[in-house]
Design a protein. Sequence first.
Length: 427
Amino acid sequence: MSNKAKLKINDSEIELNLIEGSEQEIGIDISSLRLKSNVITLDPGYKNTGSCKSSITFLDGEKGILRYRGYSIEELASKADFLEVAYLLIFGELPNKQQLEKLSNDIKERSIIDEDLRIILNSFPKSAHPMGILSSLTSGLVAFDPSAVNIDDEEDMYDAILNLLAKIPVLVAWVYRRRKGLPLEYGDTSLAYVENLAKMMFQRPNKEYVQNDTIVSALNKLLILHADHEQNCSTSTVRIVGSSYAGLFASVAAGISALWGRLHGGANQAVIEMLEEIQKDGGDTKKFMSKAKDKSDPFRLMGFGHRVYKNFDPRAKIIKVEADKVLNELGINDPILDIAKGLEKEALIDNYFIERKLYPNVDFYSGIIYKALEIPSEMFTVMFALGRLPGWVAHWREMRINKEPIGRPRQIYTGEKLRKFSEINNR
Ligand code: ACO
């Protein structure tokens, strides 16, 4: 195969290089296009645009493949724990025992948060959305660690990364506990990362905490499945904010905001809200299936469809099994979950959904698990953010190490041509 592409614009022909990835994905390198032709490309939503070369995550939406650093998501979810996966994503290899122990200890050392941040948290109204609080507190961390802004060497980078991995779970637990009206906790450094998270969240002040292994295992899998997903909306945001050298904490805070939206991470909250709406309306799933298919109705079936998985979402397969396990083992009997099962069954045999390849995505089932764990629906996306943290960090680090240029797309201007200013009395 030739490694050149030819583009004909009117009478002139331009030769562009082809770039081949390690999984034989082909891209046309258009970085010289404007210089050669004074023409740019237009691709709203970036459906056909590669923004960078990356060696972190590979996914094939048609075949339903997801791999972190070459390891299949199926193997990682069944054999690794979240901290190992975080190390793998960020530093490129699975850690050996000593490396994992060092990572775990370095995290524990940094898990203390300045008490003044607690004051900032307490000054948010109780009704504030947890994603807004998490994003603000993540930005707020910079004020307590100004050295994290200008990061120039590996050591500073390691320190900033470890600070985030250590502090974000505490902030997540704090946001959750404040919403529930519970006293804030610092956790237990004798526990592993996810066990500690579960304790920080679910411990009650008036009874001894007993770990539930089913819950810890489900959290571990959920966090692993969400840990990275290549150039999605929030990760692209982290990379683009970081490309201006805004610092890791600010970049991740921006990523949290991007994840908040209901077409991205907010979908898991939207799933439960949709199920509750269906229940309030009498529980007629067929009626809502028709609404989802009606082009004059803005209603969409939340938790169905995906920008890149046009076959099935491999994460959904894994988490569906976990959701069944959690529901069975915790003996949950919730009419909302029956509605979810009904919708899933109907959508899988409905032509509209089959033709458009709309399958339940990971957020359909993650919302169900979080609901079973009695986590409030506004907190679901916060849990997703904690899972995505290693991915954001890995991409930010890769972007900085590769010295990528500042992200700054162009546009095709469609507004007015030059006009004369008209004085206010003449308008
Ligand atoms: N319910 C009903 N119809 C849908 C749905 C849905 N959930 N999703 C897509 N469609 C239809 C569209 O109306 C369109 O139909 P048409 O071809 O007749 O016009 C067709 O399927 C293709 O849809 P697009 O919006 O073009 O697909 P796109 O890839 O741009 O969007 C998205 C993907 C945003 C995820 C979409 O499927 C959606 O809105 N899903 C619901 C929200 C959701 O679950 N988001 C979570 C994503 S997963 C994550 O962030 C981890």
